[in-house]
Design a protein around this ligand. Structure first.
Ligand SMILES: [Zn+2]
Length: 237
């Protein structure tokens, strides 16, 4: 086993470990353990069952993991990616519920994911009414999303419909639907996180006179008025 694998494994959650990477906040953090139920085998009968229920509390986010007989039973390890940190709260709740049941009922999980997508579309369009089909079209026509994101939204919509209206269109079980979770995170990154980062970069790094020159340039581009470039943009002599 490589050193890197060793290191990753040693950071994973484990029974009675004093620190591990918290499944809630993703931070390597100190953990305090509490015993809630313990029934050790003190009797002579072999039928006398042993059980133990503990919680580990993360010192960073204060969330509790639940451990039954040395195994973590909550949160369930889904193997799916964690929700993007900029995912809107309502979308995140559905994303996490969907991930929790993905390995139990893929159809139920995908039905929740379709609602999550509709909420994300509503968030981006500022409009909660109407059909998802039309709202995606509006986002595209207003240049709020590009072709790639539009295709992703429509894929979610169609897969969601296959789940919600079984019999009409069949869900293709050969498709690895787990990829939808990564795609949803990617859409949050492209649709919400990156625009915020770019706006902040522009606001923080471009001085007001430059912003004025940029506004004039854009006005010129729309009216064909001639505008001199700012000094620092003049060609090198
Ligand atoms: Zn935590």
């Amino acid at each position: 086993m490589s050193n890197l694998t060793n290191e990753v494994e040693s950071n994973l959650p484990g029974y009675k470990k004093t620190a591990f990477v918290c499944p809630f906040c993703g931070v390597y953090a100190h953990q305090s353990w509490d015993i809630h139920l313990q029934n050790s085998n003190r009797g002579s009968s072999s039928n006398y069952s042993k059980y133990e229920l503990l919680t580990s509390r993360c010192h960073k986010c204060h969330e509790d993991c639940v451990w039954y007989n040395k195994k973590m039973i909550y949160p369930v390890n889904t193997g799916l990616p964690r929700a993007h940190s900029d995912m809107p709260a309502e979308v995140r709740t559905l994303y996490e519920e969907s991930a929790q049941i993905y390995n139990i009922s893929r159809r139920a999980s995908l039905a929740l994911l379709r609602i999550a997508i509709e909420m994300l579309v509503n968030e981006l369009s500022g409009n909660s009414g109407g059909r998802l089909f039309d709202k995606i079209g509006t986002l595209k026509s207003k240049n709020i999303i590009n072709d790639m994101i539009q295709e992703a939204f429509d894929s979610f919509r169609v897969i969601g419909n296959q789940v919600v209206h079984p019999g009409q269109i069949e869900l293709d079980d050969n498709i690895d639907h787990a990829i939808l979770f990564s795609i949803l995170n990617f859409m949050v990154d492209i649709g919400i996180a990156k625009p915020l980062q770019i706006r902040k970069l522009f606001e923080d790094s471009v001085p007001d006179p430059q912003k004025e020159a940029i506004n004039k340039r854009d006005l010129k581009n729309s009216t064909s008025m001639k505008v001199n470039p700012p000094e620092d943009d003049l060609p090198q002599k």
